[in-house]
Design a protein around this ligand. Structure first.
Ligand code: FAD
Length: 453
């Protein structure tokens, strides 16, 4: 066993781990980063970036669907799925190497292998024992195991991003982000798609009305969606799969070429030997204080998807990584603030949101104006022949601050960033209304989305 010493040892080389390296290297601390797979982690290699390549193809099919409204005659589109997967792989193939060069420039020692705790200040990787002033858990997440007989037949998003044969039919167990995003691409490409969700609502954390808009659009393009479902079992027969489930009191069955685990993701920390590191945890949830520091071992910090309580998003992983880096350098004094972080479900069109849902505003008892607009009749929506164009903006009646903004279509996945900016820097609804926007753009509709002053 080789014994080595570093100021900081980071377990995981994804957005969160890389985020840590900036502040700690600027402060001149020595850093080792342990990575078991590809540098960059999930987002660029198996998440956001490759998925968006498929979503972009779905968008192209959506545009072709509406070509006739722009007086363009097009034939039946034919998507070469194998070539699309090859395009996706080609676009991302250089990312791990580019990041390895970036880490070398930053003088971060990247160690290949699987790291786990060997003591409260020691991480073991292969035959190396790394002793550290600080240890950062940035190990990311993994698909949530679903306790269903036959669960081993389910595939994951990793498989969908690599499978160069488009299934004729797919069943998603769980109606979360991955199911809607991949479900839209598959459906637009011609696959039959079913989503089975246990709760009464798809995307349970999102605004109920926004989800209803997205569900209606999803059903318009052919997705079959059932909520309030109890999954009984998954059976395999002759290369196909059968899902037995109960819906509205009746036992039913659905068959498909693939069954996908769409049950969300959980922190990937259970094999890190956390107990050896004196890191308190319960069922994969590491106990932290308000500085993303282990509640039991002050040398240890957690960031990114490995944090069980913050949204699993790539910009949040980077933000938390940077914050942990600053807490290591400055002494723990920076706490995360998630209020103005925008997010999107990249269905086509996307559902995008920032801030509170209407239900959350009501639960807080805040007096608020809720501006809801179906914008399909607005000129910009008609110009682009939008199939759905919907917004809900929630404004604090007392302070005139934006509390939440929710969109389906209408470039909401871009506009949401303007509302996030307003929330972070205290730009009031009145100021958003008064701002002069380039015209005609979807952003120029923001003035009308906010109702009258
Ligand atoms: C299909 C999919 C689509 C997504 N799309 C979006 C999107 O559009 N927008 C968005 O904001 N977010 C998206 N996400 C979420 C986003 O990818 C994650 O929030 C983000 O990658 C988390 O970064 P991280 O650094 O915490 O974890 P990761 O990126 O997962 O990095 C963790 C790294 O740690 C390594 N590791 C784990 N354990 C060990 C160990 N013991 N030793 C050594 N190495 C270890 C892993 O190999 C991995 O590389 C998507 C996720 C998926 C799965």
């Amino acid at each position: 066993m080789t014994e080595e010493h570093f100021d900081v040892v980071i377990i995981g080389g994804g957005n969160a781990g890389i985020g840590v390296t900036g502040p700690v290297r600027r402060a001149g601390l020595s850093v080792a980063m342990i990575e078991a797979r590809d540098l960059g982690g999930t987002c660029p290699n198996r998440g956001c970036t490759p998925k968006k390549v498929l979503v972009a193809a779905g968008q192209a099919l959506h545009d072709i669907e509406r070509a006739a409204q722009h007086q363009i005659a097009v034939g039946e589109p034919k998507l070469d799925w194998a070539a699309l997967i090859a395009r996706e792989k080609n676009l991302i193939k250089d990312i791990p190497e580019n990041l390895a060069r970036a880490m070398a420039r930053r003088k971060v020692e990247v160690i290949r292998g699987y790291g786990s705790f060997a003591g409260p200040e020691t991480v073991r990787v292969g035959d190396r024992a790394l002793h550290a002033g600080h240890i950062v858990i940035a190990a990311g997440s993994k698909p949530r195991p679903l306790p269903i007989p036959g669960a081993e037949h389910m595939i994951t998003s990793d498989d969908m991003l690599s499978d160069d044969k488009r299934p004729q039919s797919v069943i998603f167990i769980g109606g979360g982000v991955i199911s809607l995003e991949f479900g839209h691409v598959y459906a637009r490409a011609g696959s039959s798609v079913t989503i089975l969700e246990a709760l009464p609502q798809l995307l349970p954390a999102m605004d109920t009305d926004a989800v209803a808009q997205l569900q209606a659009e999803s059903e318009r393009i052919g997705l079959q969606i059932k909520t309030g479902v109890r999954i009984g079992r998954i059976e395999a027969s002759a290369g196909r799969f059968r899902v037995i489930f109960t819906h509205e009191g009746k036992e039913k069955a659905a068959e498909a070429d693939r069954v996908v685990n769409g049950g969300g993701r959980i922190a990937d920390v259970d094999a890190l030997n956390l107990s050896a590191g004196q890191v308190d945890h319960d069922n994969g949830r590491i106990a932290t204080d308000s500085y993303l520091r282990s509640a039991s071992n002050p040398r240890v910090f957690v960031c990114g998807d490995a944090v069980a309580t913050s949204p699993q998003l790539s910009p949040i992983a980077t933000y938390e990584g940077d914050l942990v880096g600053r807490n290591i350098v400055d002494g723990a004094k920076h706490s995360p603030d998630y209020t103005s972080i925008a997010t999107a479900v990249y269905a086509v069109p996307a559902l995008a949101a920032v801030g509170l849902t209407e239900a959350a505003v009501k639960a807080k008892g805040v007096a608020a104006d809720v501006h809801v607009n179906d914008m399909r009749d607005w000129f910009s929506a008609r110009t682009y022949a939008e199939t759905v164009a919907w917004s809900k903006v929630i404004v604090d009646r007392g302070s005139d601050q934006i509390l939440g903004a929710h969109f389906v279509g209408h470039a909401g996945h871009e506009l949401v960033n303007i509302f996030g900016l307003a929330m972070k820097f205290g730009i009031r609804a009145r100021e958003l209304r008064e701002h002069i926007y380039a015209y005609p753009t979807f952003a120029s509709d923001i003035r009308h989305m906010l109702g009258r002053a």
